[in-house]
Design a protein around this ligand. Structure first.
Ligand SMILES: NC(=O)c1ccc[n+]([C@@H]2O[C@H](COP(=O)([O-])OP(=O)(O)OC[C@H]3O[C@@H](n4cnc5c(N)ncnc54)[C@H](OP(=O)(O)O)[C@@H]3O)[C@@H](O)[C@H]2O)c1
Length: 321
């Protein structure tokens, strides 16, 4: 168990539902969700735009809504969803058409998510992106209003630079509304190289996907903030010859190879998979890994990582590789 924002207990792993209802068919998705909950999982992640790159967007929330209704377990789970990156032009998921984070976009997005999920409250509501074309005051107030009204419980943000996260939190304090208490970034055991860490321009805004050193420094000073790590398994790259890590943008650099070898060696010594060490290492550092699985065997592998205890020597070896 970990505590989101020092306040809301959740399972150590978060299940990503991005592909549920599109590339992961409903029957498989239901089986994965059932097994996750049976194993003690309580934290599930989706977004109002999943998965608009494959379908029309909203399928994931709709599938979760069907599953929650059929299982009657809504109150025992923590459901996170997001707004800001849903396209306003169906069929074109490009960032030029993102809904953004102005007050009216947030207010209309949350209604859509509540309806698709079939719930009257969202447990964790994220700004999916950083929208610098909207004054930060306005976005913070829009999220703060939802929290004050009880429409959402916790608020968070994703793909955001540390200074913008801090500024948003300070703005919230000044406005007397709930500050972001969760940050969701791309993070794994391997670090990408500096150009990839810099992010890319999306809709005219720097899009900082990766968790950087500054995020972790900021987290260490702010215990009321939790990091959730997406794509923690780099699409399966740690174990798949068909999808090597070095083929991913930013990962073909010497440090990544050294770290990958350290990971493989430690996993081999312990008789577990590299994926499991990655997840155990993230959890050891207080990060909640978001797992994106498309089958029960992939889920079982991830679930077993919760029981791996890395001792101080191994952690230091992994940290310093
Ligand atoms: N905030 C954001 O901007 C953002 C962005 C992306 C994702 N997310 C969230 O993060 C979640 C995870 O993202 P992701 O699916 O892109 O994550 P990922 O962990 O990088 O990739 C998941 C894929 O890795 C493969 N995989 C997983 N476990 C494996 C195993 N044990 N062995 C071999 N291959 C394995 C599977 O590929 P196959 O299906 O091909 O087998 C699976 O679909 C999403 O569901 C979403 O909730 C958030």
């Amino acid at each position: 168990m970990v505590s989101l924002g020092n306040r809301r207990p959740v399972s150590a792993l978060c299940l990503g539902a991005m592909n549920f209802g599109t590339s992961t068919p409903a029957e498989t998705a239901f089986a994965i969700l059932d097994r996750f909950v049976e194993a003690g999982g309580t934290f599930i992640d989706t977004s109002n735009n999943y998965n608009q790159w494959v379908g029309h967007g909203g399928e994931s929330e709709e599938l979760l809504g069907q599953w929650l209704r059929s299982r009657g377990n809504r109150d025992s789970l923590v459901i996170a969803t997001k707004c800001g990156a849903r396209t306003t032009v169906p069929g074109d998921p490009g960032d030029a058409h993102w809904e953004g984070l102005n007050a009216s976009a947030v207010s209309s997005a949350v209604k859509g998510s509540l309806s698709r999920l079939g719930v009257d409250r969202i447990d964790l509501y994220y700004a999916h992106i950083d929208d610098r074309s909207t004054p930060l005051d306005e976005t913070v107030a829009a999220f703060g209003r939802l929290a004050a009204e009880g429409v959402v419980d916790l608020v968070g943000c994703s793909n955001t630079a540390t200074w913008r996260l801090d500024r948003a939190r300070q703005t919230a304090v000044a406005q007397g509304v709930a500050p972001y208490s969760v940050i969701q970034q791309h993070s794994s055991y391997l670090w990408p190289n500096p150009p990839a860490l810099q992010g890319v321009l999306r809709r005219g805004t720097p899009h900082f996907q990766h968790a950087g050193i500054e995020h972790f420094d900021y987290l260490s000073e702010n215990p009321d903030l939790t990091m959730v790590a997406y794509q923690s398994l780099l699409g399966g790259s740690y174990v798949r010859a068909d999808r090597p890590f070095w083929a991913q943008r930013g990962y073909a650099h010497p440090t990544a190879y050294v770290r990958f070898e350290a990971l493989r060696q430690i996993a081999g010594d312990l008789g577990v998979s590299p994926n499991q060490i990655v997840l155990a290492w993230l959890m050891h550092h207080g990060v909640v890994p978001l797992i994106g699985v498309s089958s029960i065997p992939q889920l079982e592998e991830a679930l077993a990582a919760v029981d791996i205890q890395l001792d101080a020597a191994l952690t230091t070896q992994l940290d310093n590789a």
